[in-house]
Design a binder for this molecule. Structure first.
Ligand code: COA
Length: 196
């Protein structure tokens, strides 16, 4: 159990370094990244939730929101290597299901459109990236390896390997040379300009 927690924390720290060009050492990242704090506290909340300790799980989730600005319902299922950059203003609903390797920027909502106690939040496939401020609403599926543009509003299924932008979101195929992070320093920094 302890070894598995340590392995998960190390994987999360490596994942943060991979996804954020501003990330530096692991100790510093563990202290300053709200997105890491949010997923670590959520894992505790979710473990409590599935064991039936629902009240304490909700209270801890509220503390998580207070600390990080990230509101994740304890019932939400989230896979490995989940990363939130910048934290703040994220809402993830109770019946959301998130695969492995998913990344969210600040201001993302994975929300519902109905008030019934059914599956009402999105299912997000593996390796999906969701840009800042995007709203993904309803029990829809975002296919693996897709990207949702900043501020998009998505209310319909998005196939695998797609890019969805705008309101309402328009979907197009994501070409193989676009299988990179949405914010990649290599797109902006001329390698010849590095100071060694
Ligand atoms: C959607 C995204 C992945 C790029 O997709 P893309 O198809 O490669 O985008 P391009 O830059 O080639 O632009 C294609 C067109 O879509 C438009 N577009 C790009 N992103 C858009 C967005 N989020 N919303 C609306 N339109 C967008 C462009 O203006 C362009 O329009 P044009 O054809 O009329 O000129 C990217 O723009 C994006 O939104 N990334 C999110 C990054 C983010 O949240 N960063 C936060 C860092 S703190």
């Amino acid at each position: 159990m302890l070894f598995s927690i340590i392995a998960t924390v190390r994987e999360d720290l490596a994942n943060a370094r991979e996804h954020d060009p501003a990330a530096r050492g692991d100790v510093e990242n563990a202290i300053v990244y709200s997105g890491l704090h949010a997923i670590w506290i959520h894992r505790a909340c979710h473990a409590m939730w599935v064991r039936g300790w629902k009240g304490p799980a909700r209270v801890l989730a509220q503390f998580n929101r207070f600390l990080t600005g990230v509101e994740i319902h304890p019932g939400a299922t989230i896979g490995r290597r989940f990363f939130i950059d910048h934290g703040m203003g994220i809402v993830i609903g109770e019946t959301a299901e998130i695969g492995d390797g998913v990344m969210l920027y600040h201001g993302v909502t994975l929300g519902g459109q109905v008030l019934t106690q059914t599956k009402r939040h999105p299912t997000i496939g593996d390796n999906v990236t969701i840009g800042a401020g995007a709203k993904v609403l309803g029990p829809i599926t975002i296919g693996a390896n897709s990207a949702i543009g900043a501020n998009a509003v998505v209310t319909k299924d998005v196939p695998e390997n797609s890019i969805a932008v705008g309101i309402p979101a328009k979907v197009r195929h994501r070409k193989s040379d676009e299988q990179r992070h949405l914010v990649d320093p290599d797109n902006y920094v001329d390698p010849g300009s590095y100071i060694i």
